[in-house]
Design a protein around this ligand. Structure first.
Ligand code: HEM
Length: 350
């Protein structure tokens, strides 16, 4: 079909413009993926650093590979509306999909050997809008930046002990985390752990007011300290057994508490806790109602990407969520493409 001359010329102009825009976008993607700068931290380099010497956990998450899926509800008490217009803060009950997990790349790890315990969570509003998050039990993160996390993984993977000494000298904030790991009491249950966002996000309410916040899930179950040596006497999967038994007898609950930063608080650095006296607000309760199959249940094909946020919540100046999002996506793509190595309905563990 032949176009009239004027339209043809303007179509050609549009095509050139579209090509230029696409070219710029491709260059921007290439830049953000690190292709144009070999020294840059990329999702591939982060995944390589997470990979144990024995090889990648094919078909599994590249970190927090061992876990157990659940469903439940988030019961909002309505208080959160003051801080954020996210629909799931309006008083009501919202469906939740979640996963308790261990901070390890080994899907067969012995539960008593893994210090960091976590939770992945998705809360859905009635119109399908989703809020995804992934939180852990330490009160602050191990390091200040995604780059330092990469260096930590590299140093921890080296045989020479000097590698960790040099890392700690260059990243002194790691000392506080090492002290937490050594001295914080262990518990025998996912239900007795707090889970903390650590990263900060910005809440916007209906009036447009903005607050930078972090949030935590505080367990209703009373934590019972137990020596790690005693946990080692239990089976390799005692955490899964325990949470399955508890949830079968009654829903397990956590209070969601938001903490608002004061001006000047370190919002971009999750290794620095904010002072205890910051404004806290209880916004609702997580109720875990049903343990679901891990291998072929609803958590298998979800990526608890912390940048999947509802309206009324956005990322802050904290650089972690964007970095995490790119690595989680890479991990998700890998495990989805390796499904054959972790067949659904397989009899073998896990
Ligand atoms: C740059 C820093 C980080 C990197 C590179 C990283 C990497 C990863 C990867 C690759 C996964 C598996 C994703 C998937 O396949 O779905 C994962 C899961 C997870 N991460 Fe991170 N992570 C980082 C920081 C954090 C922080 C700061 C927290 C908590 C505050 C956290 C908590 C979790 C949790 C709870 C999961 C398991 C979620 C699930 O069950 O699917 N991570 N992480």
């Amino acid at each position: 079909m032949k176009l009239p001359g004027r339209l043809e010329r303007s179509s050609l102009g549009s095509l050139i413009l579209i090509a230029a825009v696409l070219g710029c976008s491709a260059a921007a993607f290439a830049y953000s993926a690190g292709w144009l700068s070999p020294g840059r931290l990329t999702p591939d380099r982060m995944i390589a650093a997470l990979t144990p010497p024995s090889g990648p956990p094919l078909g599994h998450r590249r970190n927090h590979a061992k876990g157990i899926c659940f469903t439940g509800t988030f019961e909002a008490n309505g208080n959160g509306v003051e801080l954020s217009r996210a629909k799931v803060f309006a008083q009501g009950r919202y469906p939740v999909l979640g996963r308790f997990n261990l901070g390890t790349a080994d899907p067969n790890a012995v539960d008593a050997t893994v210090r960091v315990r976590g939770i992945g969570l998705q809360i859905s509003a009635a119109d399908g809008e989703e809020w995804r998050m992934a939180m852990i039990n330490p009160p602050f993160f191990a390091v200040s930046t995604p780059e330092a996390f990469h260096e930590l993984l590299v140093a921890a993977g080296k045989k020479e002990p000097e590698a960790m000494t040099a890392f700690t000298r260059a990243n002194p904030e790691f000392g506080a985390f090492a002290a937490w790991a050594k001295s914080a009491p262990w518990t025998a249950s996912y239900a007795e752990e707090p889970y903390n966002s650590l990263n900060s996000f910005v809440f916007t309410n209906a009036k447009g007011d903005e607050h930078t916040v972090r949030w935590s899930l505080v367990p209703t179950a009373v934590p019972v300290p137990i020596a790690q040596a005693d946990l080692q006497k239990r089976g390799p999967d005692f955490l899964e057994q325990d949470i399955t038994d508890r949830v079968r007898s009654a829903p397990q609950r956590w209070t969601m508490v938001t903490t608002v930063a004061d001006p000047g608080d370190p919002t971009a650095d999750p290794s620095r806790a904010w002072p205890e006296n910051r404004r806290k607000m209880q916004v609702g309760t997580l109720a875990v109602q049903r343990i679901e199959a891990e291998r072929d249940g609803p958590c298998r094909d979800i990526n608890f990407d912390p940048t999947v946020l509802p309206q009324g919540v956005r990322v802050s100046d904290d650089p972690f969520p964007a970095a995490r999002s790119s690595v989680y996506r890479k991990s998700y793509d890998l495990r989805a493409s390796e499904a054959g190595a972790y067949p659904r309905n397989g009899a073998a563990k896990p």
